[in-house]
Ligand binder design. Structure first.
Ligand code: SF4
Length: 355
């Protein structure tokens, strides 16, 4: 049930069967160009398809011109309250502008932004947030927050359609995972436009990642959602991107880089598996292929358990086994395990093979 319509943010297609795009938002003061650009480069390297920057002041719009020119990925300008900033962001070359029609100063101001977006062929992200629903829906929000979110979303869509503007994606954000799931499920049935998914203010890296994985993962598994943003209270936006990718990789919606599988360990473990897993994970970062590497703490279930893995190891106290696609390759001393594993992986690539 991916959206029927497709829009393009810069060169990135959103919706209409395109791969689910991962986005994040910079956490720097946008006008601080060195820091903002450094963060944008880091998130792009981590796999962000798109990045949003907050534009609350004129100096941020000024900076936007340089950011758009230098960024390796398309830029979305995030505007609240001040529609003239949205107009200026479009002039500055933003690839997409995010506004919440409910807080931008009324339908006339929305119409002005839509007109400018139309002229510049820039898509909009229009959103509703559970925390800032229109006044007439506040009562309903109290009794039925999902209906209130959906009603606000549909009003936003109706407003866009009344302006004959279809170059937009919709977001309905809530801090509640069940409400995010329920409202987006309903909306996906009702509108053909792409959906931006996110659980707003999801929390710390640990709890926020889990909330996002449950909320967004449930929707994505049903084919709902065209772009995702994981909101984490961390100063490193690239962490959000990595979590977003893990969700897409877990659902086999997209591939990016190696997949590491490790057993949970138990009382049979007889070597320092924590260090081995950490080292293998670190070294795998240098590989771009979606190679699957499996680390089993012991041979109790045999290598058959990780038959699908491109490479794997079963550890033991002194001698470990390296295997590939269920076939043993060689026995190695446990203290040489990581070295030997990567020697095998490199040999495989040197032979010109890919996964
Ligand atoms: Fe325990 Fe071995 Fe299974 Fe790991 S692979 S959980 S160590 S039995």
């Amino acid at each position: 049930m991916a959206s029927q319509r497709q829009i393009h943010v810069g060169g990135v297609p959103i919706g209409g069967g395109a791969p689910v795009a991962v986005q994040t938002m910079t956490k720097t003061e946008t006008a601080n160009l060195p820091e903002t650009m450094a963060q944008i480069r880091r998130v792009a390297e981590a796999g962000a398809d798109l990045v949003r920057v907050a534009v609350p002041r004129d100096e941020d719009v000024e900076a936007l011109k340089t950011i758009v020119a230098e960024s390796p990925i398309p830029i979305i300008a995030d505007i609240h309250f001040n529609h003239t900033l949205a107009l200026k962001a479009i002039d500055a070359g933003a690839h997409c502008v995010r506004i919440n029609p409910g807080n931008i100063g009324g339908p006339d101001k929305v119409a002005e932004v839509v007109e400018a977006a139309r002229r510049a062929d820039v898509p909009l992200r229009v959103g509703v947030n559970s925390g800032s629903l229109p006044k007439h829906l506040r009562e309903l929000e109290f009794t039925n927050p999902v209906d209130a979110l959906v009603a606000a979303g549909l009003e936003t869509v109706a407003l866009m359609e009344s302006l004959k503007f279809e170059n937009f994606k919709l977001s309905m954000k809530s801090t509640s995972v069940p409400n995010t799931i329920a409202s987006n499920r309903i909306m996906a049935e009702k509108i053909p436009y792409p959906l931006h998914l996110g659980v707003t203010e999801a929390g710390t890296k640990w709890s926020g990642s889990l909330k996002s994985a449950v909320g967004l993962g449930t929707l994505l598994a049903d084919g709902i959602g065209d772009t995702i943003r994981i909101s984490l209270s961390t100063f490193h936006a690239e962490e959000e991107v990595k979590v977003g990718w893990e969700i897409l990789k877990a659902l086999k919606l997209r591939e990016r880089g190696p997949v590491l599988i490790a057993c949970p360990t138990c009382g049979r473990l007889q070597f320092d598996m924590d260090s081995v897993v950490a080292e293998v994970e670190r070294r795998l970062e240098a590989y771009a292929d979606p190679i699957e590497v499996s680390i089993l703490g012991c041979a109790v279930n045999g290598i058959g358990e990780a038959r699908h893995a491109d490479f794997g190891i079963t550890g033991a106290k002194d001698a470990a086994m390296i295997f590939s696609k269920g076939e043993p390759l060689k026995k190695v001393p446990t203290d040489r395990l990581v070295e030997e594993l990567f020697a095998e992986i490199d040999r495989y690539y040197e032979a010109g093979k890919t996964v």
